[in-house]
Ligand binder design. Structure first.
Ligand code: ATP
Ligand code: MG
Length: 263
């Protein structure tokens, strides 16, 4: 029986899809069977982030409208044979999706996958409800900015009215230099505000979308170490922290901070 985890945030653009894709790759590289489900119906882009858009033949909407079987709509990743994706499909304004139809798909995925990562749309309306209703656990993604933390906090409150057994937060786009200078909120400030379990910290890094096997296995890259730790925390229930301030400490660190902020 797999674990269905919804990746949510409230605020848009904080990195839900990015974290979903990278966490999925890490879990698959650790020999777990993983299915990424794009629940951002209409504004789907998980297929693009995963570099799978040209291989999508059928989508979740095709499964719901009985044009194919669920198995036929799953796209297998090129680098990780245990990683699959179910695309949500484009906009079909005439279609009213029943919650039971989505739940039936997730129930079916439970039988064959260890992890089902559900990429939730931004906001807290119908799309959010659909995504959250079929999950057992939630990862609330936030950036270390006040507006994002406030929205994450609202989402945490709303999640209490659903059957979610575990809630964790992930801080995305953390900047070690700014945290060290106490300009950016750190994990303890955010944890205190949200009042849910810690999941992980992901640094700001322009290489974040790179679905290639070399990058994900290169643990020398800070970004990959951060996702590796996040995956371990999700698997074991641990609270290991990726410290993005480590290279900004001490005298050399303060020089790096000045340089980083002046570019
Ligand atoms: N850690 C990171 N470092 C640098 N850029 C990042 C990071 N995480 C995400 N981004 C960038 O931020 C942008 C938004 O990311 P993403 O699409 O994953 O957010 P989202 O929460 O899924 O958005 P939406 O609410 O629209 O679905 C993308 O351009 C992505 O490349
Ligand atoms: Mg998204």
């Amino acid at each position: 029986m797999g674990r269905a985890i919804v990746m949510t945030s409230g605020k848009g653009g904080v990195g839900k899809t990015t974290v979903t894709a990278n966490l999925g790759m890490q879990l698959a590289s650790k020999n777990y069977r993983v299915c990424l489900v794009d629940m951002d119906i209409g504004l789907n882009n998980l297929d693009v982030v995963m570099n799978m858009d040209d291989r999508v033949v059928y989508t979740m909407l095709d499964v719901i409208e009985n044009r194919c079987r669920l198995k036929e709509a799953l796209v297998q990743d090129d680098h990780y044979p245990l990683l699959f994706m179910l695309s949500s499909g484009g906009l079909n304004q005439n279609l009213t999706i029943q919650m039971s139809e989505i739940k039936a798909i997730i129930t079916e995925l439970h039988k064959t996958f260890d992890f089902i990562l559900i990429d939730c749309p931004a906001g807290i309306d119908a799309g959010f409800k659909r995504a959250v209703s079929c999950a057992d656990e939630a990862i609330v993604v936030t950036t270390p900015h006040l507006s994002s933390i406030r929205d994450a906090d609202k989402v945490v409150t709303i999640l209490s009215s659903y059957d979610i057994v575990s809630k964790r937060f992930v801080i995305n786009r953390a900047r070690g230099d700014l945290i060290q200078d106490k300009i950016m909120f750190d994990v303890y400030d955010i944890g205190k505000t949200l009042g849910i379990e810690f999941g992980g910290v992901i640094p700001e890094d322009d290489n974040v979308i790179t679905n290639t096997s070399e990058n994900i296995t290169n643990t020398k890259i800070a970004l990959n170490r951060a996702f590796d730790i996040l995956a371990d925390n999700i698997i074991t229930g641990g609270k290991k922290l990726f410290d993005c301030t480590y290279k900004y400490r001490g005298i050399w660190g303060s020089i790096k901070r000045i340089i980083k902020r002046s570019v």
